[in-house]
Design a protein around this ligand. Structure first.
Ligand SMILES: [Zn+2]
Length: 381
């Protein structure tokens, strides 16, 4: 069956505020770029309307009192705050319709999960999903409801084992925390180290607890890590563990804020890392729920997810933007460069420092996790 894109015009209806780095415009730009590249409206793909999650769905993970507060705050334009629930600060602003927005994106991820299970598809992509920082009763990191956790929990309750892979520049803390004591979900996050970076977790020694020990995996990179290091971390740790775990369903968070042109992060990756991860995950040939994630340069989001969607739907994407898209972006004051980045390498000093740090982490992960999963060091490449 064809891959499905879950989309709604309503993705563009919400606003975190003029000064907030997250802009819903990125979804409209991404959709426009898909369209102008001819990646939609053809016989290779289906586009499905994004439904809204019900309260019953949200209660799979979130607490009732938190949902009530979200609903209450969402109904009015008056600025309000409740820091107990992480609501109303600069990071997680309260704005009219925020609960509708958060329920909409959760609905999309649940729909994607349904599509790859009961629906019989291999791939479903919810670009508006991937809110990996939300906790059961607290907003965090621009995330109000954790769509990934809700969908994974629904899959687990169907008796399925799930692997979650997160390539966003930030640690997927909310998802790791939700399944930290479970062996039914393997969480793997590759991210910028939490030493001096949000959410200050995702250290290599966070392995899980109880029966979940060995089922939380973290590959932190220090700043300036580039495509070469991403590839090493992904090939040496993520892929062997994914193959050994052999999940029923794969869920991946494909945030693009690790790109060197993202304004919030210090990694130096290019679109090559996004394409590499997408191709390798596709080769696993599992029912696959693909989610969006971070990305604070709007053009980066559009181009990186166009390349991703090209791989998911087996359609070629050119190196350069179509002229109509350039005109549209220019009219919005957004500079466009290339669609697919040229190769980039960090400086030798930065690279060697980041490589040394990564090698230490890999040694530890191999030593502790590989025996638990029956992986022989270096055997799976
Ligand atoms: Zn991020």
């Amino acid at each position: 069956m064809k891959p499905a894109l879950i989309y709604s015009q309503r993705f563009g209806d919400y606003c975190y505020g003029d000064d907030h780095p997250f802009k819903v415009l990125r979804y409209q730009l991404t959709h426009a770029l898909f369209d102008e590249l001819g990646l939609l409206g053809n016989e290779r793909v289906d586009v499905l309307e994004c439904p809204v999650a019900t309260e019953e769905d949200l209660l799979l993970f979130h607490r009732q009192d938190y949902l009530e507060r979200l609903a209450d705050f969402s109904a009015s334009d008056t600025p309000r705050a409740d820091f107990f629930y992480g609501l109303g600060d600069v990071e997680n602003p309260v704005f009219k319709g925020l609960y509708d927005w958060a329920r909409l994106v959760c609905g999309g991820t649940l729909e994607a999960a349904d599509q790859v299970t009961e629906g019989g598809r291999r791939i479903a992509f919810n670009m508006a999903g991937g809110w990996h920082h939300a906790h059961a009763a607290r907003a965090s990191g621009f995330s109000y409801l954790n769509d990934a956790v809700i969908a994974i929990e629904s899959l687990v309750r169907q008796g399925l084992r799930v692997a979650y892979v997160d390539i966003d520049a930030h640690h997927g803390d909310g998802v790791q925390e939700a399944f930290y004591t479970s062996d039914k979900v393997l969480t793997i996050s590759l991210h910028e180290t939490g030493d001096d970076f949000f959410p200050h977790t995702g250290y290599v020694r966070e392995f899980g607890r109880g029966v979940g020990y060995g089922y939380a995996v973290n590959v932190p990179f220090i700043r300036h890590a580039d495509d070469r290091l991403f590839r090493i971390g992904f090939e040496r740790i993520a892929l062997p563990l994914l193959k050994a775990y052999a999940p029923d369903v794969l869920v991946s968070q494909m945030g693009v804020d690790a790109l060197r042109t993202d304004p919030l992060t210090r990694l130096e990756m290019t679109t090559a890392s996004i394409e590499f991860a997408a191709l390798e995950l596709k080769r696993l040939d599992l029912p696959w729920v693909v989610l969006g994630g971070g990305g604070y340069d709007k053009i980066n989001v559009a181009r990186a997810w166009a390349l991703l969607w090209g791989i998911l739907s087996e359609q070629a994407v050119p190196d350069l933007f179509p002229s109509q898209f350039v005109a549209q972006a220019t009219s919005l004051g957004l500079p466009t460069r290339r669609l697919r980045d040229l190769p980039h390498r960090a400086s030798d000093d930065d690279h060697l420092r980041a490589l040394k740090a990564l090698e230490g982490n890999i040694r530890l992960l191999e030593e502790v996790l590989f025996p638990l999963h029956g992986v022989t060091t270096g055997a799976v490449l």
